[in-house]
Design a binder for this molecule. Structure first.
Ligand code: ME8
Length: 510
């Protein structure tokens, strides 16, 4: 069996989850579900990143200990996964023992291989970004030095362990060159290559200024740099350091690390260098998606325009939210959340295009065929549209292998459009009085299309897709992709069709 291992970033626990977190994990959920339906053995990982000075400071500000603080906030991300119907196989917390062991083992390997040394660090550090910056990277705002992200920086001078990142420049460039799909999309790949070509400095990988982190083996004055700690989570879930265990053998190196564009450097430069230095295999691909804005404005707490996924789901519905996020923008680009666009996708794509198609054709089966799926006598036109729909799976597969979620949905909706035209052209309501056999065939064809759409849509809108398949009584075990080439069974009784995609009606609250 083929294996597929996919990860989200692990999220900082300094805040409650917002649309950006939901977005990254949703993309991964769709790929994980798609691969499972396509016969792969999947491991889908998400979790929380709980160490670092920022967390220590936030806990202090609340007058509670950091563990209690992280216990509370981490739960919000688990709740988000439940709310959004994410199908992750593990949820990792970096404060877990299994993770500390993994980090320390990775450190020991790096040390054993001669890639870590003790020295002094002096430079600019941003607590908010958990990142070091060079003088030339800083920006000047009203006479104050800030990180390129706008975060405050402080001058740090302390004893520190270093990872010899500078030695990995050529190997990294070779890796990118030999594996053109290692970093996607292309714009990010170019960005990373030019960053590495500019030369790499050794990386400070420990801190002594605070204590909320994983201790460096044999020198507990130091704790590990939060990014070394965080990246290692991708190994921890597989039972590392026990490399002989089944999970590790089966799933490492990861098929895809999905990240936002803000953290591509950590994943596409530091992480492969750390892995090469410790003698471990590399992930196969890193995809960096874009960022959401809200009605054209950058999302930020200070602007008070953070979009809470809980509100979206409550207001528009779960699958409506899932559909919108994946359909609205080309994955990899930045995108704008607008209320109008959300409503339009909900009403036009879901309620009208696919919802009405299901509703009007199955209502006719219910009313005019004694609720029994009719026996068809398919002509070339009927077969053509059914085959187009079946072939759509291959298109969607190719799209998703490139993380082109919006294109995958477009491909499906193209056939949904054809399906609506098919009903209009064949007008089964008129055939009711003239040709009952032909009416039965047309309605059968519609049922068959609902079956195919339902199967194809399961990764994207799992609840609604399964309701679609329930409407035509498709047994659970006939819903995987290999069943797409079967045919809808005639003679099966269906229940009265229920509305699956309700219209969004404007509330008075505007
Ligand atoms: O960076 N639009 O965690 P984090 C889209 N702990 N996506 C967004 C977004 C927006 N406006 N804002 C955030 C960290 N994201 C580290 C990761 S991994 C070993 C450690 C998403 O809580 C995006 O995926 O800051 C980004 O990469 C992630 O949230 C950052 O989450």
């Amino acid at each position: 069996m083929n294996n597929y291992y996919i990860t989200t970033p692990i999220y900082y626990v300094n805040d409650k989850p917002h649309i950006g977190h939901a977005y990254t994990s949703l993309a991964c959920d769709i790929l994980a579900r798609f691969k499972r339906l396509d016969g792969f053995d999947v491991h889908f990982l998400t979790g929380t990143d709980e160490h670092g000075q920022k967390v220590e400071k936030s806990a202090q500000a609340k007058n509670i200990n950091p563990q209690e603080f992280t216990d509370n906030v981490s739960q919000n991300f688990r709740d988000l996964a439940d709310l959004m119907n994410f199908s992750n196989d593990d949820f990792i917390r970096t404060t877990e023992n299994r993770h500390k062991q993994a980090c320390q083992k990775l450190w020991q390997e790096l040390e054993k291989n001669g890639h870590i040394y003790l020295d002094k660090y002096s430079g600019w550090y941003s607590v908010r970004d958990e990142a070091y910056y060079t003088e030339s990277e800083l920006i000047d705002k009203d006479g104050k030095k800030l990180a390129p992200t706008g975060a405050e920086v402080e001058w740090v001078e302390e004893e520190s362990y270093f990872f010899d990142l500078s030695k990995w420049q050529d190997k990294l460039l070779k890796l990118y060159d030999e594996n053109p799909d290692f970093i996607a999309p292309k714009s990010r790949r170019n960005e990373v290559i030019s960053f590495v070509k500019d030369g790499l400095k050794d990386l400070s990988v420990s801190r002594t200024a605070f204590s909320w982190g994983v201790k460096v083996p044999n020198n507990d004055k130091h704790i590990m740099y939060v990014w070394v700690d965080a990246l290692t989570n991708y190994l921890t879930t597989l039972g590392y350091p026990d490399e002989k265990n089944k999970k590790f053998e089966k799933y490492w190196g990861a098929d895809l690390h999905m990240v936002g564009k803000d953290i591509i450097r950590f994943h596409a430069v530091y992480w492969p260098a750390l892995l090469m230095a410790s003698g471990l295999d590399l992930p196969k691909r890193i995809f960096a998606h874009g960022w959401w804005t809200n009605e054209g404005e950058k999302i930020s707490k200070s602007l008070g325009n953070v979009i809470d996924p809980v509100d979206l789901v409550e207001k528009y519905g779960l699958d409506q939210t899932r559909y919108f996020l994946m359909r609205e923008i080309s994955f990899g680009n930045d995108g704008d959340f607008s209320r109008q666009a959300m409503i339009s996708r909900t009403n036009s794509d879901l309620a009208n295009d696919i919802g009405n198609f299901c509703q009007r054709s199955l209502s006719m089966v219910f009313k005019n065929c004694e609720s029994i799926i009719p026996n068809p006598n398919l002509n070339d036109g009927d077969n053509e549209i059914i085959n187009n729909a079946k072939q759509c799976l291959e298109t969607v597969r190719l799209n998703l292998d490139k993380q082109e979620f919006n294109k995958a949905l477009e491909s499906i909706w193209k056939i949904v459009g054809q399906a609506n035209k098919y009903v209009d052209d064949n007008a089964p309501w008129a055939l009711k009085n003239t040709d009952l056999d032909r009416m039965g065939t047309v309605l059968y064809t519609c049922g068959e299309l609902i079956r195919i759409f339902g199967i194809l849509l399961q990764p994207f809108i799992p609840n609604s897709a399964s309701k679609m398949l329930d409407l035509i009584a498709i047994p659970e075990e006939q819903r995987t992709f290999k069943n797409i080439n079967n045919s809808l069974q005639s003679g099966v009784k269906i229940d009265k069709p229920q509305v699956i995609f309700p219209r969004y009606v404007e509330q008075d609250d505007g």
